[in-house]
Design a protein around this ligand. Structure first.
Ligand SMILES: [Zn+2]
Length: 111
């Protein structure tokens, strides 16, 4: 627990082994833009408390593809979400977009 161990962990050579910094989107792992949404991998209504930072478009995509019941079943496991064919397609498509890129992800209900 020596303080110097922490300093050593900041060595640039170790960067590949440390988890992504917090300014990356939980879902797509792209750098976050100006607009950051908080997303609950386990819905609040299902007892989820932890939230993660995501792009607005990523949050909406998750909510479009999965029902709350499915999200609760995934227990907040990102690998479950990114294995879904719709999410695979979305991640592939969004990979080259700018951090603040946004677009309608689902038909909106008419007022
Ligand atoms: Zn994202």
């Amino acid at each position: 627990m020596a303080a110097r161990d922490r300093w050593q962990a900041r060595d640039r050579d170790d960067e590949a082994q440390v988890p992504p910094p917090p300014d990356l989107c939980w879902l797509c792992q792209r750098v976050l833009g100006e607009h950051v949404d908080r997303y609950h991998p386990v819905p609040k209504s299902r007892g989820g408390r932890a939230s993660v930072a995501v792009h607005p478009i990523c949050r909406r995509t998750i909510e479009t593809v999965f029902t709350n019941a499915e999200l609760a079943r995934s227990a907040g496991a990102r690998e479950v979400l990114v294995a879904h064919p719709e999410i695979v397609r979305f991640l592939d498509w969004v990979a080259t977009k700018a951090p603040d890129f946004d677009a309608p992800t689902a038909p909106r209900r008419k007022r």
